[in-house]
Write a protein that binds this ligand. Structure first.
Ligand code: BG6
Length: 507
């Protein structure tokens, strides 16, 4: 890996503290940072190098392992950190920045490789990029890369506009659009799960799939982000990016497809094949809802409109469920159902692949075999298992898991940000969103946003602590399916029988 200067915009912010510094520190401990490396933190606050390092150290404290040599390691890591005051709109500040970067490069005898990390609000992406160009920061004789956080635009037009501006300064190969769901370990292992298990490969390749269900539910609410969230809603915050990325990742792993195109090319092909939804009939494919008051884990929770910072007549969605069809030879006729919500019963991100029922046709009613499910738990638990119907009289109708993706016991699995940061430093953009994926996702979502704006899709409500509005079940029921969900809370409160899938899941 070549030596690099990380130029971090938003170095005093929350994301840097919670995600970026710990990720870098773990890479450092594992010997995965380039040597030498230099980090220049930027912010408006009048910090010094010293106060910057103290702040970074504070955010790292919870991660320190108290191992021998830790203090020295930390000192070595922080030694690479410098701070520069920067007001994003002030040109002269970029000159100071440029001087500092060059001085450090000379001290460390580094080539001018620069990775610009924008950990700032989206309104700053364009001015920063343009100032990087004006100040010549990125035109030295090394490589340059731009890492940019979500949201990438707030609709199709603004995303295109943003991309146009960034493209004046960086080529597509130099832009690394973060979608942290692509950094999640199980998401990155999807390919090996599909290809590495003959039984699954067979079912997968032979049109044995009835439908695919992708859920990202969260019990948390706004976490102090009311201002941002009320503008975004679930559709922009989760659906357009994380959920459609999960769909693409699930849909590309078709075995025996000849030439192994790159993951990104295959994802783009899936994105291109998304069957458009027209504004006029968006309501037939999309359910939108907002949480009302309820109870989570025994605690009362206020409704969305009573949350601090939210207006009592807010029309923002906190839950979206949608049926998405992919019009290509692999997936025609296999619906994907996607849902994501805040303040649902529990945190659970998972993909469930329902296989077509292979049981004997002679069985009827309760005796009928439930279909096999491939359950891919992405978070907070991580596991991949095939579920088959249990045979005991007690548990008939529930599923037993057969684990199929045993992972070696590792003391510490890397976090999404760590993997992604490592890839960006190496210049590997596989698990970053390509512009064409982003543009196609917005294209799919735009008519839905229009329908929401015109209020032709009703905003439903669901009690906090539920699985969302019952109408989201209707979306699947129309096609003869239902959501498969982990119902141990309903069946046995102490979860003593472990995790189970209900036969008649949502009813
Ligand atoms: C973020 C959203 O991108 O993802 C948050 O802005 C959400 O609203 C978060 O809570 C969920 O991420 P994870 O990794 O906890 O599933």
């Amino acid at each position: 890996m070549e030596p690099v200067t990380i130029v971090l915009f938003g170095a005093t912010g929350d994301l840097a503290k919670r995600k970026i510094y710990p990720a870098l520190y773990h890479l450092f401990l594992d010997g995965k940072l380039p040597q030498p490396f230099s980090l220049i933190g930027l912010g408006r606050r009048e910090w010094t190098d010293e106060s910057f390092r103290t702040n970074v150290e504070t955010s790292l404290r919870p991660f320190l392992r108290q191992a021998p040599g830790e203090t020295e390691a930390l000192r070595g890591f922080l030694g690479a950190f410098r701070y520069c005051v920067l007001d994003i709109g002030r040109e002269e500040h970029y000159r100071n920045l440029s001087d500092l970067i060059e001085r450090r490069e000379a001290e460390l005898r580094m080539p001018p490789n620069r990775l610009f990390y924008l950990s700032v609000g989206p309104e700053y992406f364009e001015p920063i990029a343009l100032n990087i160009r004006e100040s010549g920061l990125g035109s030295a004789n090394g490589w340059k890369r731009l890492v940019v956080e979500k949201p990438f635009g707030k609709d199709l037009n603004s995303a295109r506009e943003l991309n146009r501006t960034l493209s004046q300064v960086f080529t597509e190969n130099e832009i690394f659009r973060i979608d942290h769901y692509l950094g999640k370990p199980v998401v990155q292992r999807l390919g090996s799960v599909m290809q590495g298990n003959p039984a699954i490969r067979e079912l997968w390749a032979n049109r044995g799939i009835a439908n695919v269900q992708i859920t990202a539910n969260e019990s948390i609410g706004l976490e102090g982000r009311a201002g941002y969230y009320d503008q975004a809603g679930a559709v922009r915050d989760m659906f357009q990016n994380h959920m459609l990325q999960l769909l693409m990742m699930a849909a590309i792993h078709i075995p025996d497809h000849g030439a192994p195109d790159s993951i990104r090319l295959r994802k783009i092909a899936v994105a291109e094949a998304l069957e458009p939804v027209r504004k006029e009939n968006a309501g037939a494919h999309v359910i939108r809802a907002q949480y009302a008051e309820g109870t989570i884990g025994g605690e009362p929770v206020p409704g969305y409109r009573n949350e601090p910072g939210i207006s009592p007549d807010s029309m923002t969605d906190t839950f979206i469920a949608a049926r998405v069809r992919i019009d290509n030879d692999d997936w025609r006729g296999v619906p994907f159902y996607i849902r994501t919500g805040k303040r649902t019963r529990e945190k659970s991100t998972r993909i469930v692949v329902e296989f077509k029922d292979a049981g004997p046709r002679s069985l009827t009613g309760d005796e009928r075999l439930a279909p096999n499910l491939l359950v891919i738990e992405i978070g907070p638990k991580e596991s991949v298992s095939l579920r088959r119907v249990a045979k005991g009289t007690e548990s008939f109708g529930a599923f037993e898991p057969i684990p199929i993706d045993p992972q070696p016991d590792s003391p510490r699995a890397p976090e999404a940000y760590e993997t992604l940061m490592y890839d960006a430093l190496r210049g590997d953009a596989t698990y970053f969103a390509h512009w064409e994926e982003v543009e196609r996702s917005w294209q799919w979502v735009q008519p839905i946003l229009d329908a929401f704006a015109e209020r032709t899709v009703p905003l439903l409500t669901y009690p906090a602590g539920s699985y969302g509005p019952s109408e989201s079940d209707g979306l699947l029921a129309e096609d003869g399916f239902h959501w498969w969900l982990d119902d141990h809370h309903e069946r046995n409160n102490d979860n003593s029988e472990g995790e189970r899938y209900a036969y008649h899941a949502n009813d």
